[in-house]
Ligand binder design. Structure first.
Ligand code: AMP
Length: 219
């Protein structure tokens, strides 16, 4: 099963990606996570991506598309994968279609996670992330039990640079202009389904599983 989790920043793609990856035993591929890791390690890719990410802009397509191509061809994607944060525009969607066609695969479902704008801003501005395992927290709704320390792995919890208020608006604008047209694109292909992205993480996971129509560990 090859799945795209779609939605604005803060919709919960990362959280749902992790839950679904565990449930179905297939990897979550988050382009944002891969890019952040490259920035942290100061790789040539990270150095190229950094300034775009800091502004809340999209990293150039060719950089991200190559990165995804390499990741998808790894052996752990044989039985399927969950894309989180990719594609972000029509050119990337086209590139994805081509690269999958080349290896005899296709996208089965695109799940759009719907969350009202005020809720998105509340989530993003309070979001904190673990540097070690990537777990998400929120200063009010889901704080760690010990300040700045991850409950799961003991890693350091920090605020992403692009979750600061001034960058959030820029990211939402990029989403509206460049990413939102993909709803039409995938609706025309007949594989787009929207889910209500409000409620508990577990409730949302169940809604998605209901749409996909598969049981856990049975991709
Ligand atoms: P995310 O973690 O998905 O919110 O992504 C964080 C940042 O990484 C975005 O604001 C972009 O700068 C960059 N990024 C992530 N995925 C993509 C993509 N598919 N295309 C271009 N830039 C991306």
């Amino acid at each position: 099963m090859n799945l795209i989790l779609f939605g604005p920043p803060g919709a919960g793609k990362g959280t749902q990606g992790k839950a679904l990856a565990e449930r179905f035993g297939i990897p979550q591929i988050s382009t944002g996570d891969i890019l952040r890791e490259n920035v942290r390690m100061n790789t040539p890719l990270g150095m190229k991506a950094k300034e775009y990410m800091e502004r809340g802009a999209l990293v150039p397509d060719e950089v991200v598309v190559d990165m995804v191509k390499v990741r998808i061809s790894r052996d752990d994607c044989r039985r399927g994968f969950i894309l989180d944060g990719f594609p972000r525009n029509v050119a990337q969607a086209e590139a994805l279609r081509e690269m999958l066609r080349g290896i005899g695969k296709q996208i089965d479902h695109v799940i759009g996670i719907d969350v009202p704008k005020e809720e998105i801003i509340r989530r993003l501005s309070g979001r904190r992330v673990c540097r070690g395992c990537g777990a998400n927290y929120h200063v009010i709704y889901n704080p760690p039990s010990k300040d700045s320390v991850c409950d799961r792995c003991g890693g350091e919890i920090y605020q992403r640079d692009d979750d600061r208020e001034e960058t959030i608006e820029a990211r939402l604008e990029v989403y509206r202009q460049q990413t939102l047209p993909l709803v039409d694109y995938y609706t025309r292909m007949g594989i787009y389904r929207a889910v209500d992205g409000t409620g508990s993480a577990e409730q949302i996971t169940e809604r998605i599983v209901g749409i996909i129509g598969q049981r856990g560990n049975n991709p």
